[in-house]
Design a protein around this ligand. Structure first.
Ligand SMILES: [Zn+2]
Length: 178
């Protein structure tokens, strides 16, 4: 198992656009996928993109595990997205707090506005194409990770700087609401 330190905001690597994956079955691609999964699990994140571990391939992973504060409907299995495309976004946008493993190792949360629902098309680790229509937390995570492939950090999209919170205070707020 190889755990990668996560590249942190301010590093120019996070501003670079990732490149199309040409050979999904190559050892190199499969190694990136494995490193992404191991690092996602180790850092207890809901999503991780290749640029965050110093790679430049259009690949990200998502996995929404059960936590005491999380709505059980939002739990989702591990998914691997290679060369993803967001092919539709709802007109309706909503504000949700986001954090990021590349921003103070997810110890910092802030409100970001994005479309509520999307349809994403991608290829999985076996080379099979799939598409998903998603809303809720998974929609949010996918859009955040997709932005990483475009070289965009969520800190560029914060809607209100006055509402920034530490992860500890953010969790207290969520817990009080549930
Ligand atoms: Zn991120």
């Amino acid at each position: 198992m190889i755990i990668k330190n996560l590249i942190q905001v301010g590093n120019p690597l996070l501003k670079q656009k990732s490149k199309i994956v040409k050979n999904i079955n190559s050892k190199e691609t499969q190694k990136i996928i494995k490193n992404l999964i191991d690092s996602l699990n180790y850092h207890e994140l809901v999503g991780l993109a290749s640029s965050q571990i110093g790679e430049k391939s259009r690949i990200f992973v998502t996995k929404i595990d059960k936590t005491p504060n999380r709505n059980p409907d939002e739990i989702d299995k591990l998914r691997i997205y290679i060369n993803p495309k967001i092919i539709w976004s709802s007109k309706k946008e909503i504000i949700i707090y986001e954090g990021c493993g590349s921003v103070a190792y997810a110890k910092f949360f802030a409100p970001v506005k994005r479309p509520e629902k999307i349809i994403i098309e991608a290829t999985d680790e076996k080379g099979d194409k799939f598409n998903l229509k998603v809303e809720g937390l998974l929609s949010r995570v996918i859009q955040h990770e997709y932005d990483h492939l475009e070289g965009i950090e969520f800190t560029e999209k914060i809607t209100d700087m006055k509402k920034i919170m530490s992860s500890g205070e953010y969790r207290k707020m969520i817990f009080a609401k549930s």
